[in-house]
Design a protein around this ligand. Structure first.
Ligand code: ATP
Ligand code: IP8
Length: 270
């Protein structure tokens, strides 16, 4: 069993509101179909990219009903923005599923908001039945970063990465593969540091040494948030792999011969 994260930085243009990278997505789904031909069991989770983060951040959707001083108008606006973000990520999910179906991958869309509940921004309930049953039919469950009801904040944002962690704990995949717009994990952000070094192998204890931007960045903590979840995935026994999804062929080549493509492996022990 494999878990695959299609990063928001890969399938969308992250700085342009609700902009799908159609060409990248249609190439990636063909590559996924190729990988699936070997009867591999797969669950896909995708990020929200510009279908989630931009509006959520602007309207404070990640704060739920906090910081509104009981003002009715502001409460109403925040709830409306939440509904809007939810509709946008569903539109993105529909595009991903349509593309997968076009290449013959039978996918089963699972909206986290319908099967999960949060408290203080962390999942406290996530029903796995739909994942289990659709896998049983030979389908590929496709889930995504979403806005969920939250027992303490009203609602909050659940990253695709947090969902992957729940799935890793439940299904004990051999590998969790993250596709993003860079070759793997570097000692510092490669987009802002030309001399950043790609780190081929990491263990959870190495993570504290890294410079990971995003703690204050997007509404789910960008790379900083992602590595926190990834470390917990590694602790379930999975090998967590970071690959560049913008480069054609990296995903299928990784399955054929891991050493032939640049990547980072994070695992509990070397
Ligand atoms: P989403 O969570 O929306 O699905 P994603 O999974 O595609 O997005 P991002 O949260 O955008 O991933 O994180 C990828 C970005 O993290 C890269 O574009 C890179 O610029 C940035 N980054 C920051 N620090 C590092 C680092 N040390 N190593 C690698 N990338 C880093
Ligand atoms: O892109 C974020 O999920 P992510 C979900 O996986 C929303 O971090 C709604 C912004």
């Amino acid at each position: 069993m494999y878990l695959l994260k299609l990063g928001g930085s890969v399938i969308t243009q992250k700085d342009k509101m609700c902009t799908l990278r159609k060409d990248v997505l249609s190439r990636l789904v063909r590559e996924i179909a190729e990988v699936m031909r070997k009867d591999r069991e797969l669950i896909i989770v995708h990020g929200a990219g510009s279908f989630g983060h931009l509006r959520a951040k602007k309207a404070g959707v990640h704060l739920g009903l906090r910081d509104l001083d009981g003002e009715e108008k502001r409460i109403h606006e925040r709830i409306l923005a939440m509904a809007h973000v939810q509709a946008d990520v569903r539109r993105l999910n529909l595009s991903v599923c349509e593309q997968l179906e076009n290449v013959g991958v039978p996918c089963f869309s699972i909206a986290p908001a319908s099967v999960g509940l949060m408290r203080g921004g962390r999942l406290v309930h996530f029903d796995m039945e739909a994942f289990r049953h659709s896998l049983g039919l030979g389908m590929v469950p496709v889930s995504f970063g979403d806005v969920l009801l939250d027992e303490s904040m009203g609602f909050s944002i659940c990253s695709g990465d947090q969902i992957l962690l729940e799935l890793a704990r439940e299904f004990h995949p051999e590998k969790v593969i993250f596709l993003s717009d860079v070759d793997g994990i570097y000692d510092r952000d490669p987009k802002t540091h030309g001399d950043a070094r790609l780190l081929p192998h990491l263990t959870p204890s190495d993570i504290e040494e890294l410079s990971l931007s995003g703690k204050e960045g997007d509404v789910t903590g960008a790379m900083y948030g992602k590595m926190g979840e990834a470390v917990e995935m590694a602790k379930t026994g999975a090998r967590v792999i970071f690959l560049n999804g913008l480069v054609e062929g990296r995903l299928p080549r990784f399955f054929e011969d891991e050493d032939s493509v640049p990547h980072t492996t994070l695992e509990e022990a070397r």
